[in-house]
Each structure stands twice: as structure tokens, then as C-alpha cells.
Design a protein around this ligand. Structure first.
Ligand code: ACO
Length: 335
């Protein structure tokens, strides 16, 4: 039977390091507040005038992943790009990346799943592979948040948490009877909570889509009910982890490494405690990168592989929750 196998990973974080202290030039905040509430010490932001978009970060990450897989761009049957911060409103960043990779007709699609972009993307890739529609897929999760954050007191809860970055993964369908690949998945969405974390304007439901008044009212910046999202995360992440473990017939002790989405270190610590996960079996890098949304799990996975933290034939668990509301988990075993 065909299994979806990771052949190569890559990541790219912009070189510019923005420390917590720098935030206080724009708003009332402090290194202490940010680190205590979120665990973040610094994040990477693109250079102000660089005109770099999500597809540019994704391109560098993709080239690394392709090289590690030993593939040429021409080997790809499909590109899946997950982002909430596309380079332009349309067409999607997947099409822009496809062109930057020098491809002329390879299909490319964007998904808008925010922090669960990697989880939804992997499941879509798995479905394409198992249905025979594609065999070699490039998944990219990438964000340029920094150009879309309000650098003022009004936006300080959101602005301090987001970072720019991209992760890429080459996925291939392989015929094998071994119990490898995506072993169990569970994805959910609940649009009732859409307004708990959203960027409203410009919007097709508004006519005109954008006015000076909307800009003045701050409707062009992301808004978040952080406390509510936090509460939802600390209950739903353990619940969904239990669901995928049961589906796979495994316990948390069978997992070599857990990769939670990097939204807030306190969320991940609460999750770790609830699940009884040892310190060396959970991977966090939010301290250095902030929340890179669709990039967060693939960036973390690439970093863990590079640091040789995953034993051979590792079983890993990915889990996340974010805007939508969307949440999900999956278990993957390396070939
Ligand atoms: N610096 C200083 N003070 C601040 C800042 C800041 N950057 N931001 C908010 N505050 C203030 C608030 O105004 C508030 O002041 P008040 O008590 O006088 O009203 C106080 O700090 C406490 O605010 P809370 O919002 O209650 O702080 P909390 O401890 O909840 O931390 C945070 C806020 C970090 C945003 C947290 O709620 C969180 O991480 N939530 C979850 C985020 C998340 O997981 N999002 C989903 C993923 S993102 C995606 O999907 C795109």
C-alpha cells in the first residue's frame, strides 16, 4: 500500500533578529512581559524595504528541502502552499513559488489554515498521494507577518508574538507494507470562533472593501481574543492528541518527539504537563522565532532533524490550534 514519506526538509528564517526590547520603541511593552507571557525572546523579521514575500522565504526553504530529497523542481507533481500572509491577495503564493522554481505547468494550490496549515497540508498531500493524483509533493508553510502588524499599543498583544519564516517538506508516495508514513490524523474547524482571531479588511463583504475609516479604526490589523484562544488551546490540544493516539493504538510513551505549534510557550508547557511528556520529547523553538504560523511545525521539524534529535524510524506527533478556529493532530513514522 502507498504511504506518504518525508524525503527532505528545509527552513528559512530572515537574518534580521528583532529582540523583545526593540518592541518597546513602538508600544508600551517590555522584554519581561513578553517572555513571561509567551516565552518569546526574539523573532526574525524581514528587512523593512526588502519587498520579500512569503513565497520568497518559501523559495529558499524549498531549495534546501529539494536538495535534501535529491529532487529537481521538475520532479514535483504538486505544490501546496500554506500561508495567512500571501505575497499579494491573489494569485496565491503557491503560483508565485512555482514560477520562482522555474516551473511552467506544475499545479500549485494555496491553503488558508493559519496555524494548522501544516497539518491540513500534510493530510491533503496524503490524500493526493493515496488517490494516485500526485506522487511527489512539495509542501511549504511560510509567513511574512511583520509587514502586517500594528506597531502601536492597540496591537501590542498580537504584534509581539509573530515572526517571519518558512518551512518546506518534500513528500513522496512509497509502496511498502511497513507501518510508516501518516499513521493517524484528526483535523477540526469551528467557524463560530472566527472573530476570536481575524484580520478583517480589506474584505469582499465590505463595499468598498477598504476605506480610510477602516484604516483609522484598525480593521486592517489582526485582532485576537488571546485569553479565549489560550483556554481553547490548553483543553483541545490534549484532547486531540488522545484522539490520534487512540486511532493509532499508541500511548504518548510511544512517541519519540512531539512537535506542538509554536504559539505560546505557556500553552505548550501546560499541554506537556497534561500529557505527561518528558522534557526531551517535546520540541520548542518559539523563544527564537515567535509564532511563524504555517511555518512553525515544518521549521521545528527541520531544526530537530538537523540537530539529530530524531532516532531512526522515529514516531513523531504534530499538534496545533489557531485561527479559524482550526485544530488538529497527526502521527507520522519515518521510513
Ligand atoms: N505588553 C505589555 N502588556 C500587554 C501586551 C504587551 N505586548 N499585550 C497585552 N498586554 C496587557 C493587556 O492590555 C492586559 O492589560 P490589562 O490587564 O490592563 O487589561 C494585560 O497585558 C493582560 O492581557 P492578556 O491578554 O490577559 O494577557 P495574556 O496573559 O492572555 O497574554 C497572549 C496574551 C500572549 C496573547 C496570550 O493570551 C496568548 O498567547 N494567547 C493565545 C494565542 C494563540 O495561541 N493564538 C493562536 C495561534 S495564532 C494563529 O492562528 C494565526
Amino acid at each position: 500500500m502507498k504511504k506518504t514519506i518525508i524525503r527532505g526538509t528545509g527552513r528559512y528564517l530572515p537574518e534580521r533578529v528583532v529582540k523583545n526590547q526593540e518592541m518597546s520603541q513602538w508600544m508600551d511593552t517590555s522584554d519581561e512581559w513578553i517572555e513571561q507571557r509567551t516565552g518569546i525572546q526574539e523573532r526574525r523579521w524581514i528587512d523593512e524595504d526588502s519587498k520579500v514575500g512569503a513565497s520568497d522565504l518559501g523559495l529558499i526553504a524549498s531549495r534546501i528541502a529539494l536538495e535534501r530529497a535529491g529532487w529537481q523542481p521538475e520532479d514535483l507533481d504538486l505544490i501546496i502552499f500554506a500561508t495567512l500572509s500571501p505575497d499579494i491577495n491573489f494569485p496565491g503564493s503557491g503560483c508565485l513559488l512555482q514560477s520562482k522554481l522555474g516551473l511552467k505547468s506544475t499545479p500549485a494550490l494555496d491553503i488558508r489554515q493559519q496555524c494548522t496549515g501544516f497539518l491540513y497540508g500534510l493530510q491533503i498531500a496524503d490524500a493526493y498521494i493515496k488517490s494516485g493524483h500526485a506522487n511527489r509533493i512539495l509542501f511549504v508553510g511560510g509567513e511574512v507577518h511583520s509587514t502586517g502588524l500594528e506597531r502601536a499599543n492597540r496591537g501590542r498583544d498580537v504584534t509581539v508574538i509573530f515572526g517571519d519564516g518558512a518551512g518546506a517538506i518534500c513528500l513522496e508516495g512509497v509502496e511498502t507494507d511497513e507501518d510508516v508514513g501518516l499513521i493517524a490524523t484528526s483535523l477540526h474547524a469551528q467557524g463560530d470562533y472566527a472573530e476570536s482571531l481575524m484580520l478583517e479588511a480589506p474584505a469582499s463583504r465590505l463595499s468598498p472593501r477598504l476605506t480610510h475609516e477602516m484604516i483609522d479604526d484598525g480593521r486592517v490589523w489582526p485582532k485576537m481574543d488571546g485569553r479565549n484562544i489560550f483556554k481553547l488551546a490548553i483543553t483541545r490540544l490534549p484532547e486531540i492528541t488522545q484522539t490520534v493516539l487512540s486511532k493509532a493504538g499508541l500511548t504518548i510513551n510511544d512517541i519519540d518527539m512531539v512537535f506542538p505549534h509554536q504559539a505560546n510557550l505557556r500553552i505548550n508547557q501546560s499541554y506537556q504537563k497534561a500529557m505527561g511528556i518528558a522534557d526531551d520529547k517535546i520540541f520548542n523553538n518559539i523563544q527564537k522565532y515567535g509564532n511563524t504560523t504555517a511555518g512553525s511545525i515544518p521549521i521545528a521539524l527541520d531544526e530537530a532533524i538537523e540537530k539529530n534529535l530524531l532516532p531512526e524510524k522515529s514516531t513523531v506527533l504534530f499538534v496545533g490550534l489557531g485561527a479559524g478556529l482550526t485544530w488538529g493532530a497527526m502521527i507520522y513514522r519515518f521510513l
